[in-house]
Write a protein that binds this ligand. Structure first.
Ligand code: AGP
Length: 603
């Protein structure tokens, strides 16, 4: 969940450079940060609580050096304190480490290290790794009867220590008196950026160094890279073999990951849906047909995702039922392992994700793979763990999504699921035509007047304590998704219900003035959802209708185009805008919701 970046090259301003890169990851909602600068002789560490975005880098007056690494933390083990912030230095100051992930056996290792005289200053699991590497390095130096830390001894110490760790991680390691950088990965992303003339970056996310290079090499699980004057050497930690890596060119521009003229990433990304839906449709038809053939052939297909992507999986279920008359199993990533018994060799798991790094979805993929199932992914981040694990990847092509609240990735995922459902029914052209028309209508819909209308509605309800969203059919999962969007940025208690479930309990929650959003599609569910809206209105609800036509029961109407089976794609957009404006009216930062991070790489 943390942001990581390192630089090794010719520039002597490595410290400033990594902090500038770290600021690009600020959107992920971090609580503290730190930097380590290594001039080849000694390592200086500076760390603080608070947001990196608020830092004036020049004020730090970091030493000149061409090797540095920085980290922004999202607290898991231990509170938000300066001591718990990374980088962590070992007891004797020989080793400095940055870490993302969780070391499961850290307590047991800590006890052993304390007995050997190591001291600990933080509550983190990372400090255990730091001291373990130091312990291994001290032993290796003794054995080699030398006092200088060579790259070989550092490599040996890192590998010996990592072999003792259980859990998932990404590590960056530096040693005093050595100008090499070691990075290792097991389950947490690390990407190497290749700059000019022997210049390298290592980061958890490409935006951290995208400004400096468009060329990357991906580190896979159980792989390590050592970067020094010889360049970047990749090693398979299981076999000790040297690995040859392909340099890959990134397709998106550095500006794509900037806010531009927009005040927040969230609204920028909402507005980008004018183009991103069209980009999602522009897939190679043969790829969609290949994916559809895999689904049609599978003995049991599972759509898996977490949070919003989990709700998108549920929409997929309705789409496949309605369009392709096909049964799909749907599970949240965290719940999927409970159903492992049903997975067979011929089964198929489709992992739906923006980041491609969500730990629970990745675990589901691992479980399915162990059972011999085929893996497919709908993912935004090329080169992500899910992309690398899947037998077939379909990219959302939505460009970097930086706001914690997923918007453009969500609609791109639904667009692709709709396309896949039509392809499975052998009606791909019909599906494409529908989606192209939908994209054009969304383009017309997303204008300043539309946004102002929704903001005016937000102003009427921004003080409420609770609100509800109802939907039926394909718009039932969208009601659940709408609730997530409202919760995460407005902090208003919001819940989504299937319209038909209201009278089985939730109706008791409605009182005078309770806002209730009704998501209406012009299909076989229309009459019933209007009837549900009438039920809540009769109990005093303030009904906000989102649908293609104004209905008598609506107190407010937000128009969406009438797009048949693409209805969930259009009903979600006004709720995104509503959530954004509620966040602003309630003085919340919509890009960085409290307690949340963009990419949930821990279980
Ligand atoms: C979306 O608004 C949320 N921030 C969250 O539910 C998110 O969709 C979930 O964590 C899954 O992320 P992923 O798409 O990167 O796998």
């Amino acid at each position: 969940m943390c942001g990581i970046i390192a630089y090794r090259g010719r520039k002597k301003t490595a410290g400033n450079l990594v902090l500038t890169g770290l600021k690009k990851l600020e959107y992920r909602g971090y609580d503290s940060w730190g930097v380590a600068v290594n001039d080849g002789e000694s390592i200086s560490v500076c760390k603080k609580t608070g947001k990196i975005g608020e830092l004036n880098i020049a004020d730090l007056k970091l030493p000149r050096a061409s090797l540095a690494m920085a980290h922004s933390r999202w607290a898991t083990h231990g509170g938000v304190t300066q001591k718990n912030a990374h980088p962590h230095m070992s007891s004797q100051g020989k080793i400095v480490v940055i870490h993302n992930g969780i070391i499961e056996n850290y307590l047991e290792l800590k006890k052993k290290l304390v007995k050997k005289g190591h001291t600990f200053h933080s509550e983190t699991d990372t400090e255990v790794a730091t001291n373990l590497i130091e312990e291994e390095l001290t032993l290796a130096l003794k054995k080699a009867r030398q006092s200088e830390v060579s790259r070989e001894l550092l490599l040996h110490a890192v590998q010996s220590a990592l072999a003792q760790l259980e859990g998932r991680y990404a590590f960056l390691v530096m040693a005093e008196g050595c100008d090499a950088l070691v990075a290792a990965r097991r389950g947490s992303p690390l990407i190497v950026g290749v700059g000019e003339k022997g210049e390298y970056f290592v980061a958890s996310d490409i935006p951290a160094f995208r400004k400096y290079t468009e060329h990357v090499m991906y580190l896979d699980d159980e792989e390590l890279v050592i970067i020094d004057d010889k360049g970047a050497e990749f090693i398979d930690m299981r076999t000790q073999k040297l690995l040859k890596k392909r340099i890959i060119k990134i397709t998106w521009k550095s500006d794509d990951a900037e806010k531009g003229d927009f005040p927040h990433f969230m609204i920028k990304e909402i507005m980008e849906q004018k183009e991103t839906i069209q980009r999602a449709i522009n897939q190679e038809p043969r790829l969609i047909q290949r994916a559809a053939a895999m689904i049609n052939k599978a003995f049991g297909t599972y759509f898996v995702g977490c949070g919003t992507a989990g709700k998108v999986s549920m929409v997929g279920n309705y789409l496949f039922s309605k369009i392709a008359h096909k049964h799909i199993n749907v599970e949240f990533g965290s719940e999927f392992p409970n159903f492992r018994h049903f997975i067979k060799k011929g089964s198929l798991l489709l992992a739906i994700s923006q980041s491609g790094e969500t730990a629970d979805t990745l675990e589901a993929m691992e479980v399915a793979r162990e059972k011999g199932a085929k893996l497919m992914t709908l993912v935004n981040v090329e080169g992500s763990s899910m992309d690398r694990m899947a037998d077939l990847s379909i990219y959302l092509n939505a460009g970097p999504e930086k706001a914690v609240a997923s918007t453009k990735a969500t609609t791109a995922q639904m667009t692709l699921l709709t396309l896949l459902a039509y392809a499975c029914a052998d009606r791909l052209d019909e599906g494409r035509k529908l989606l192209i028309e939908t994209a054009a209508k969304i383009n017309d819909m997303l204008n300043p007047r539309y946004e102002a209308h929704i903001r005016a509605i937000a102003k009427k309800i921004d003080k409420v304590e609770s609100m509800y969203v109802i939907g039926r059919g394909m718009n039932y999962p969208m009601a659940l998704e709408a609730a997530i969007k409202l919760q995460e940025v407005s902090y208003i208690h919001a819940e989504g219900f299937a319209g038909g479930e209201l009278k089985h309990g939730p109706l008791a929650l409605i009182s005078k003035g309770t806002p209730c959003i009704a998501l209406v599609a012009n299909d076989e569910t229309r009459a019933e959802i209007i009837s549900n809206a009438t039920e809540v209105k009769a109990r005093g609800a303030y009904v906000i209708g989102v649908g293609p036509q104004n209905e008598d029961v609506f107190d407010e109407w937000i128009r969406v185009p009438d797009v048949g089976n693409a209805s969930p794609i259009v009903t979600t957009i006004p709720v995104q805008i509503l959530a954004y404006h509620l966040a602003l009216l309630r003085k919340n930062n919509p890009d960085m919701p409290r307690n949340l991070a963009k990419s949930v790489t821990v279980k």
